[in-house]
Design a protein around this ligand. Structure first.
Ligand SMILES: Cc1cc2nc3c(=O)[nH]c(=O)nc-3n(C[C@H](O)[C@H](O)[C@H](O)COP(=O)(O)O)c2cc1C
Length: 327
């Protein structure tokens, strides 16, 4: 069944709940890959998104890292943007009014220097009424100490609880894959008051130009995203889904609907499309339509029926004979 045929037939219910937000479908944009909405609004209908997650917004404007800030890699890309943005007051004045024209929940991605800084931006966004949810970016690999808060459960809890005290908005903690065990960090975020967990942010990587014998990125390292990271992201989503009860927004290398369905089966309640948007700006719509088609083809009436529904692999009989003697 094609996506168009599904629309004509009884369409499956794609709506999901993330904290206080009801998303019309489980597909959001990955922070930093969709600007502040207006950049892609000629190509993407924001009214059809599950939610829009905008670029990081900090207490003060940041010019980001010097170029080169982007390098293509096999199956992905490295970025070292360094949280370039106009600051929270600029977001409130210049960006939010455009986004508010659409019937689409707004998730604002908030990094910070320390728990007080995270909380100050969260409070300001809440009071100004310009966000429906806050995604705490405790996992940015491209600024000094950007990752610290997502690598230690105690620090994760400090940021989340500082922000929990100043907002009733849906609070999402965005976790890093650059850790030995993500589960205690996810648990700490939930226990400190996060309504949802998003993962994964990018993996730290680098690239070297052998002709010039120099690192390609001015920052030295960058964050790896795209299809290359999907198996890692999927596994971490599954592990975290076994650990927390709050909903998960899964991301990392989602290029099409089948990738997204894998994340839903692994336990994500919603997904974000990031790097794919650079290759195919309408990927967000194709992913949502494709999820609907998958549900219809497989006899599901609601997307909720497949969340966390993955089962153990089939185990086939061995084809190699049992060893006859000890090796
Ligand atoms: C160019 C670029 C900029 C990004 N900026 C941010 C950001 O500001 N805040 C954030 O939390 N994540 C940021 N990310 C990470 C993405 O939101 C996402 O977590 C990651 O790229 C994995 O998803 P993907 O493989 O679908 O891109 C950025 C990613 C890219 C490629």
């Amino acid at each position: 069944m094609t996506a168009a045929a599904v629309t004509a037939a009884a369409a499956p219910d794609l709506s999901v709940q993330i904290g206080k937000l009801t998303l019309r479908n489980p597909v959001t944009t990955g922070s930093g890959t969709f600007g502040f909405g207006s950049e892609l609004a000629d190509l993407v209908d924001l009214n059809r998104l599950g939610a829009v997650c905008v670029k990081a917004t900090t207490s003060h404007a940041r010019i980001g890292n010097p170029p080169a800030r982007i390098v293509e890699t096999p199956g992905g890309m490295l970025n070292a943007i360094g949280l370039q943005n106009g600051g929270v007051e600029n977001y409130i004045r210049e960006k939010a009014p455009f986004l508010r024209r659409f019937d689409c929940p707004i998730i604002v991605n908030v990094p910070g220097e320390d728990p007080e800084d995270f909380a100050a931006v969260t409070r300001r966004l809440t009071e100004a009424g310009v966000a429906d949810a806050i995604e705490l970016n405790i996992s940015c690999p491209n600024v000094s100490h950007g990752l610290d808060y997502a690598t230690d459960p105690r620090l994760t809890a400090e940021v989340v609880s500082a922000c929990r005290k100043v907002t009733d908005l849906t609070l999402i903690a965005k976790l890093s894959p650059n850790v030995t065990d993500i589960r205690p960090i996810a648990k700490a975020a939930q226990d400190a008051g996060a309504d949802a967990i998003s993962l994964i942010n990018t993996l730290v990587g680098t690239s070297i130009d052998i002709k010039r014998r120099r690192f390609r990125l001015a920052n030295g390292t960058g964050g790896l995203s795209g299809p290359a990271i999907k198996p890692i992201a999927l596994n971490l989503v599954y592990r975290v889904a076994q650990t927390v009860t709050v909903p998960i927004i899964g991301m990392g290398g989602i290029m099409d609907a089948s990738d997204a369905v894998e994340f839903l089966l692994a336990g994500a309640t919603a997904v974000a499309v990031g790097t794919a948007t650079f290759v195919n700006p309408t990927a967000v719509h194709e992913v949502a339509d494709g999820i609907a088609a998958y549900l219809a083809q497989n006899g599901f009436t609601e997307v909720r029926q497949i969340i966390g529904a993955v089962q153990a692999a089939d185990i086939r009989p061995r084809t190699t004979p049992e060893p006859t003697q000890e090796i």
